[in-house]
Design a binder for this molecule. Sequence first.
Ligand code: NAD
Length: 492
Amino acid sequence: MKNRAHWDAVAAGLKPDGRAVINGKRVDTANYSDDFSPVTGTSLAQVSECGVAEVDAAVASSRAAFNNSWGRMSHGARKTAMTNLSNLILQNADELAALDVLDMGKPISDATTIDVPGSAAILNFYAEAIDKVAGEIPTTDPGNVALVRRVPLGVVGAVVPWNYPLEMAIWKLGPALAAGNTVVLKPAEQSPLSALRLAELALEAGMPEGVLNVVTGQGEVTGAALGRHNDVDVLTFTGSTQVGKFFLEYSGQSNMKQVWLECGGKSPNLIFADVDNIHEAAEFAARAIFFNQGEVCSANSRLLVERSILDEFTALVKAQADKIVLGNPLDENTTMGPLVDRTQAGRVAEFIASGNTSSRLVRGGNRLTIDGSDCYIEPTIFADVAPNHEIAREEIFGPVLSVIPFDTEDEAIAIANDSIYGLAASVWTGNLKRAHRVSDALHAGTVSVNTVDALGLNIPFGGFKQSGFGRDLSLHALEKFTGLKTTWIRYE
Ligand code: NAD
């Protein structure tokens, strides 16, 4: 494993260019803002504040690329360009990993083993899928034939969050580009640098100018301009439920573009006393909330434990949390870095203060300053949390776990489902019938049994209720970026 000295040298060598990439070129904009790092506390780059004019230019460029190049290219040529981009991501792995770490604080060991190779693999998956999807020929009366094909929709607007800057962008780009669309990508203002670099790599990979435009800026300006644009055909969004609802409004206010939403979560993890391996369940329970600083949409932030094992299980999860190495994320031994910025750290600290008034603090609870940054929050566990308390209901998006006791299976299911969210859930039991019964009853897009947060690039990911709709990953994601088109020929 590369060590801290290596990553410090990589970080010192970075000279990120924060200008937007439109029509194959870096563009100068009227306004810029600082992109502060939660690791160093300093500005990494001056980043373009794109307004309506830049978004218009980006959409026009993507429209031209759809009409004249990408949308008309052979499948083979598109596949080659996407495969090239996947390879370039791996060739530039150190740089991309360091950019995401500096921008949002995730441990370098995760960025190098999950985010970067995962992004490359997803692009490959969709590159390979291009010529493996087929249309339909339904039954028609004699003398007729109906050809039903999935066709690209045109220009896709993609608005993504900061918790997996590179990977969330790729979740959208992979299927959108494979289906033959072009994309205007709007990264989060906290973490724009890997997306901007990706746009350069896309050109190097042989994607014509305009296939991937990247516009940076504030959500309510740049993101809203994309959401309201009359020449964007599909808007795909990952982020908070609150902002997801804005995109539904933007669509209605403009051209009724299709909107696909991957939003928040407050996922429950149900531990039954008949669990096969209580130690393994505790290890996974800790990982399910503390991984990526708890900044994961599907984080298992509600731990529902059967009362007969409550004290033992809580102690085991605490022991796992005690092993977490909180520190500078460029250190190869760090397993938890800072939160994305001071705003988020302050927000999480407020939730902890609220938990302190009503629940029992088992560990953590402090905001720390490390290497000059005060964005660090200790892995925090609250016990005796009432299911209706705000720390058990609201998406904290930080390393805060609420332990909630239950006495019966029905009670556990009722507490688990009593949420506006329905993204993910986990169940631990050694009883096969119970595993089926409880997973059937849980209203969540993915229910993991005897594991947590199960995820695979060929498996659909997304939620029910206010966690959104539409699915990322898998071949199903292609459906979001294509429309069914029928050509009906009467030949007699
Ligand atoms: P956010 O909703 O604040 O921002 C997401 C994106 O929307 C950013 O690019 C932002 O600039 C843009 N945006 C913000 N306000 C906007 C507005 N008024 N109009 C248009 N665009 C706007 O979310 P975040 O804080 O970046 O990320 C955290 C959230 O993302 C959490 O709620 C988390 O659950 C969610 N998330 C969901 C998934 C999933 O797949 N379900 C994955 C990762 C993160």
